[in-house]
Design a protein around this ligand. Structure first.
Ligand code: ACO
Length: 433
């Protein structure tokens, strides 16, 4: 539990009444005022639309310093994890709090590889969707449906059951994600190959067909593995908060992750990587960049530069830095030139020198470049958010486990400032005019 040392005094200027509220200090970053006694003392709620100033929980998983561009998973900088770790190792770290020993990693890798199969009946769910369904629509439904298959380990109060669920979800997401794609293009669903590592297995399930040999390209598989690591967790963002809120009612974890996937889908969150590519394609030529930058700045135009800005990072997104460098390298190694990458780098340059973007501290976020790498690998645009969901599943489930395991865990129940009609008498229909 975070330490309580200081207090802050709140005075009600209407009555002179004052109370002292405890300030809790974490291990990094700003502390937080415990405002539980505030409503009791003053009969007022705290109003904070978008939760810009509200810490919704205490967490030991991920830390972000938005001013300094720092992202830590369990204390380890994202740059070091992206360079030295595999995604599977990062999953172990997020779930267990420590980097694994060689034996622990071997055992964990074995467990994840041996939970990759879907129940055969799951295949029938796909048949129910239209061929042109968005793969995110299929994923939301299928992840929720997993709860119908795993009654054997659904005691959310049992730490062992919680961990089995975490392993199942992490292991089955690539199989489900690739199946969504295969269904949409009318190809047979490919079974996992447990000899392959996480990213390689996913690539094979996406791109192989039963009638031909398929060799996983190590450049593609390493690039994808790093993309997974960069997206693995991001503390209390909209989707993680959704998972926690759904889970706070003690709903089963598959339903909670499905809720998180829904929250991720929007273009202001995980849908941004898809939106970035569509925007770059719409821009089409470098000469049109100023026109789009002007539109993004206009108060009357709802258009925003997709892949720019972040609720927390106000200096740079450390993930964007890693991925930008990787994007150059992957395109070079794959001998792939993409005019959209040139437009993206020029757009970044123009925006970073524009007073509007400088003043509002708007920088490229991770999704500005991830789409270009995914496209170079051959992943279709409508699968981008699905890949984000796959990678983030470990973060969601780690957040869910932390919440459920917390002593005195409560259902999430925000209050509101009611601004509707005051109480009034019912009017019978014949007297309404
Ligand atoms: N283009 C143009 N203007 C922008 C942009 C943008 N991408 N982002 C923010 N602004 C402007 C806003 O219009 C606002 O201007 P105002 O002060 O004149 O009203 C100001 O910058 C602050 O923006 P907010 O929307 O208040 O910032 P918030 O923290 O709520 O939003 C968000 C963050 C949603 C990411 C926003 O920057 C955005 O919509 N970006 C584009 C979508 C995107 O890339 N999302 C991915 C997020 S990262 C992720 O999920 C992995």
């Amino acid at each position: 539990m975070a330490e309580t040392r200081d207090t802050i005094t709140i005075v009600d200027n209407r009555t002179g009444k004052q109370i002292e509220l405890p300030i809790r200090h974490g291990t990094e970053g700003p502390g937080a005022v415990e405002i539980g006694a505030f409503t009791k003392a003053f009969g007022l709620f705290a109003l904070d639309p978008g939760f810009v100033s509200t810490a919704s929980c205490e967490s030991k998983i991920t830390y972000i310093d938005g001013e300094e561009g720092v992202l830590l998973y369990r204390g380890y900088p994202i740059e070091q994890l992206a360079e030295k770790s595999s995604y599977t190792e990062v999953c172990y770290l997020l779930l267990n709090g420590e980097l694994p020993t060689r034996e622990q990693l071997g055992e964990f890798t074995h467990t994840i590889r041996h939970h990759t199969m879907l129940h055969e009946q799951m295949g029938r769910f796909f048949q129910g969707f239209r061929r042109d369904a968005h793969p995110m629509a299929i994923l939301v439904g299928c992840v929720g449906a997993l709860s119908a298959f795993y009654h054997d380990h659904l005691d959310i109060h049992d730490p062992h059951d919680r961990m089995i669920t975490a392993h199942r979800l992490i292991a089955k997401m690539p199989t489900l994600a690739a199946a969504c794609y295969k269904y949409s293009i009318g190809q047979p669903i490919v079974y996992p190959d447990n000899r392959l590592d996480y990213a390689a297995n996913f690539l094979r399930m996406m791109f192989s067909v039963p009638c031909e040999d398929y060799q996983v390209d190590p450049v593609q598989s390493r690039a994808l593995d790093v993309i997974f690591t960069l997206h693995a967790d991001h503390e209390q963002n909209a989707s993680a908060s959704t998972v926690r809120l759904a889970g706070s009612s003690l709903a089963n974890p598959y339903a909670c992750i499905s809720a998180g996937i829904s929250a991720l889908w929007g273009p202001a969150h995980g849908g941004a990587n898809e939106a970035v590519l569509r925007m770059l394609a719409e821009i089409g030529r470098a000469e049109r960049i100023p026109e789009f930058v002007e539109r993004a700045k206009s108060k009357t135009d709802p258009f925003r530069l997709m892949g720019f800005g972040h609720r927390v990072y106000k200096n740079f997104d450390p993930r964007a830095k890693i991925i930008r460098g990787m994007c150059h390298e992957v395109l070079r190694q794959l001998h792939h030139s993409d005019p959209l990458f040139d437009i993206a780098t020029k757009l970044e340059e123009v925006a970073l020198h524009d007073d509007y973007f400088i003043e509002k501290k708007l920088y490229p976020n991770v999704d500005f470049y991830s789409g270009i790498i995914l496209k170079a690998i051959g992943i279709p645009v409508n699968m981008f958010t699905v890949i984000f969901a796959m990678a983030r599943t470990v973060g969601w489930i780690a957040q869910w486990i932390e919440m459920i395991a917390e002593p005195g865990q409560k259902i999430g129940r925000p209050r509101q400032l009611y601004a509707g009609h005051p109480a009034r008498e019912y009017i019978p229909v014949e007297r309404r005019g």
